[in-house]
Design a protein around this ligand. Structure first.
Ligand SMILES: Nc1ncnc2c1ncn2[C@@H]1O[C@H](COP(=O)(O)OP(=O)(O)OP(=O)(O)O)[C@@H](O)[C@H]1O
Ligand SMILES: [Mg+2]
Length: 251
């Protein structure tokens, strides 16, 4: 067993079929809903790129803003790079070579403060992360289940089934899929939306846990929590988190 696997990081890895599909929004909204039930859930973004910490635009700042968690953004996202590039290249531009060991070690302090974490990836599962590893290798090293965020509109069946297949080939467990109305285009105009969830379930054998509507980006926590409760089945997510707690207690 590798040293990394002794890290015992508990949580759910929130990945997506692409960049900009709504991982940050759903990670934050679900975390806020679980915290409102009294669960001590934290957030972790192992690596982020594309904005300056302190600008208010980074994912770690958005995660803290929506969840209301009192943490420093740099504790939530220990590796943060400004260039709007894939993490591997954004890090290289600042002279940093990422390794899986360092990425995981940087998340350990959060495990002391929270019972479990919702962990947001960057982009999708085949995003280059280190010289030898893709995002999926980080997920599989953490040995935690994933939640897939996909857009709700045309094209999502292909992207979602490819993501499912890639995760399964790498031995990663999938808790479910959430469809998000993330695009600027008006989703009501898209006739594929009604059937996408059903077809994804049929061909993947996984549950689509809900379809999250588009809200005003500056909605406050209560609105995100209310909308999660209205639209997302949280049962399988709670169970995935509780199962890990039991298996860790059981050794
Ligand atoms: N349901 C929604 N309601 C309102 N705005 C949304 C919704 N989903 C996504 N957005 C907006 O769309 C943009 C992309 O969403 P988000 O940042 O969550 O994507 P992401 O998958 O986390 O992207 P990245 O790969 O960069 O981390 C953001 O500006 C976000 O505020
Ligand atoms: Mg994000």
């Amino acid at each position: 067993m590798s040293r990394l696997r002794d890290a015992s990081i508990r949580g759910l890895f929130v990945t997506g079929t692409d960049t900009d599909v709504g991982k940050t929004i759903l990670t934050a909204a679900i975390t806020a809903a679980l915290r409102a039930e009294g669960l001590n859930v934290g957030v972790w973004k192992p690596v982020q790129s594309g904005a300056r910490l302190g600008s208010g635009l980074t994912d770690s700042e958005r995660l803290l803003q929506i969840t209301g968690i009192d943490e420093r953004p740099e504790a939530v996202a220990p590796f943060s790079f400004e260039a709007p590039l894939t993490p591997l290249l954004a890090a290289k531009q600042e002279g940093v070579t990422l390794t899986l060991t360092e990425l995981i070690d940087a998340g350990i302090p959060l495990t002391k403060r929270y019972d479990t974490l919702l962990i947001e990836g960057a982009g999708g599962v085949a995003v280059p992360l280190t010289n030898d590893n893709l995002m999926v290798d980080l997920i599989s090293e953490l040995r935690i289940p994933t939640l897939i965020i996909a857009r709700s509109s045309l094209g999502t069946i292909n992207h979602t089934l490819l993501t499912v297949s890639f995760l399964r080939n790498c031995g990663v467990q999938i808790t479910g899929i959430i469809l998000n109305d993330s695009e600027w285009s008006e989703p009501l105009d898209d006739p594929s939306i009604a059937s996408n969830a059903e077809l994804i379930e049929q061909y993947s054998g996984l549950k689509v846990l809900g379809r999250f509507p588009r809200l005003h980006a500056d909605s406050h926590s209560e609105m995100w929590i209310h909308t999660v409760r209205q639209t997302i089945q949280l049962g399988p997510i709670r169970e995935a988190l509780a199962d890990q707690k039991l298996s860790h207690i059981g050794g």
